[in-house]
Design a protein around this ligand. Structure first.
Ligand code: NAD
Length: 462
């Protein structure tokens, strides 16, 4: 067990103002592996002051130099890739291969993309007799969740730094060790003191203090809709910019002409990856009634094959929440065809890959985000019915459409109220804008759209 006592503020690790700590638990064996400081309002204030003081110089740093720091950051993340992957496995429970390729690998791609964008983006443009300057918004408060602990930090910090903003990050309680490794990488990359700061702490204490701080110009939050709503209210009350990446209940629409086996197998893999703890997961599979029984059989077989290959959930609370949803699904009339609420192992926060059939659109498991390895399979009568079901939740983060003909899938995707749609298994693109329609959020991350979130415009007339 390692007891860390510092937080990264103004370019160095300094002790927390208060004595409280947060225990970090390995969800695979329930052992405490480390403690980190539970930051207070004072720590947040020190970090925001450092970020404010560093802002003028960083905002005035030529974009090419900001790009050079981001390239160095990307390289530092590459050098630490194995350590990052091991740490994500230890505190989140992600299987080693997923930890290496996605949790440690994706942030390298995203940091690299913002190194390129910082160098290439036109921070000035002409329109008529005006020059429009794209200037940094200012000090950013970033509040991140545990499910993709490094990706969600990098998807905020890299574009913010590229834009010329300075940042204070408050990472999730469950995964602060990955955030600490990121701070070390930032330091190694030669990012000037105060440009990036890290305060570990509890959401309602350190997170809230950051969102409420009068010297924070933009709050970027990823996490639950309940907390996102509060943060949105705080930010609008103070007339701050806000970006919210919230939950999802994405639909995987399998049209009658699709390759059913492929669509179902890829769909199950999408849900089970990261033990179902993915906001954009396709947790509702929509199948035409004529092919429904076949699809359910395929899905149950695919889920059963996962067996031991998925990791645990992040903590005991999430496991109980997910088990509760499975029980509720069955109580409301869904048919359990794989997995179930029972604990598959004695130790660790594991839940078996679960498939619920005969799910109808109004059921709780078809409406609420479960955030676990649970797939609901729904039946539709025709395309209009499928569209109504697909669009029939408060969320709209992602989705998928499968059809024999790509144009047919695209025509359906155009009618979906959601921020991303993968066509016939199209792969994740770290440059494509990511974000929600409806209650899935406000704003976009990644690529050039993610960069512009951190910019504001000033027009000069000649
Ligand atoms: P959460 O929203 O409570 O936590 C996310 C972040 O917000 C953490 O850093 C947390 O410390 C912070 N936070 C919590 N309360 C706060 C407050 N009052 N003020 C400021 N910051 C605060 O999410 P959770 O409890 O870790 O997970 C609960 C559910 O949220 C999950 O089951 C899932 O449905 C959803 N979730 C979604 C995503 C996503 O990517 N969209 C990620 C994680 C969780």
């Amino acid at each position: 067990m390692k007891a860390y006592d510092g937080m990264y503020i103004d370019g160095s690790w300094r002790p927390a103002a208060g004595p409280d700590v947060i225990e970090v638990v390995d969800p695979a064996d329930e052992q405490v592996i480390a403690t980190v400081p539970a930051g207070t309002v004072e720590d947040v204030d020190a970090a925001v002051r450092a970020a404010r003081a560093a802002l003028p110089a960083w905002a005035a740093t030529p974009p090419a130099e900001r790009a050079a720091r981001l390239t160095a950051l990307r390289d530092a993340l590459v050098a630490r890739q194995d350590e990052i992957a091991r740490t994500v496995t230890a505190e989140l429970g992600a299987p080693p291969k997923l930890a290496q390729t996605v949790h440690a690998g994706l942030p390298v791609a995203v940091a690299g993309s913002y190194a390129e964008l910082a160098a290439a983006y036109a921070f000035e443009e002409r329109t008529g007799n005006s020059t429009v300057l794209h200037e940094p918004v200012g000090v950013v408060g970033a509040i991140t969740p545990w499910n993709y602990p490094l990706h969600q930090i990098v998807a905020k910090v890299a574009p913010a730094l590229a834009a010329g903003c300075t940042v204070v990050v408050k990472p999730a309680e469950d995964t602060p060790l990955t955030a600490r490794l990121f701070a070390e990488a930032v330091h190694e990359a030669g990012v000037p003191a105060g440009v990036f700061n890290l305060v570990t702490g509890l959401g309602p204490v350190a997170g809230q203090a950051l969102a409420e701080h009068p010297d924070v110009d933009l709050v970027s939050f990823t996490g639950s809709t309940a907390v996102g709503r509060r943060i949105g209210a705080i930010a609008s009350g103070m007339v701050k910019r806000v970006a919210l990446e919230l939950g999802g209940k994405s639909a995987n629409v399998i049209l009658p002409s699709a390759d059913l086996a492929r669509a179902v197998n890829v769909g199950v893999a999408n849900v089970m990856s990261n033990s179902g703890q993915t906001c954009s997961a396709w947790t509702r599979m929509l199948v035409h009634r004529d092919r429904y029984d076949e699809a359910v059989e395929l899905a149950a077989a695919a889920a059963a094959k996962y067996g031991d290959r998925i990791g645990p959930l992040v903590n005991a609370g999430q496991r109980e929440r997910v088990r509760g949803y499975i029980e509720k699904g069955v109580a409301e009339g869904a048919r359990l065809v794989a997995g179930g609420p029972e604990a598959p192992r004695e130790k660790g926060y594991f839940v078996s890959p679960t498939v619920l059939a005969d799910v109808t659109p109004e059921m709780t498991v078809a409406q609420e985000e479960i955030f676990g390895p649970v797939l609901s399979v729904l039946r539709y009568d025709d395309e209009e019915d499928a569209l109504r079901i697909a669009n029939g939740t408060v969320y709209g983060l992602a989705g998928a459409v499968w059809a024999g003909d790509e144009a047919e899938a695209v025509a359906f995707a155009r009618r979906m109220d959601t921020g991303q749609v993968d066509i016939n298994g199209g792969s994740f693109n770290p440059l494509a804008p990511f974000g929600g329609y409806k209650q899935s959020g406000v704003g976009r991350e990644l690529g050039v759209h993610g960069l512009t979130e951190y910019l504001q415009t000033k027009s000069l007339q000649f």
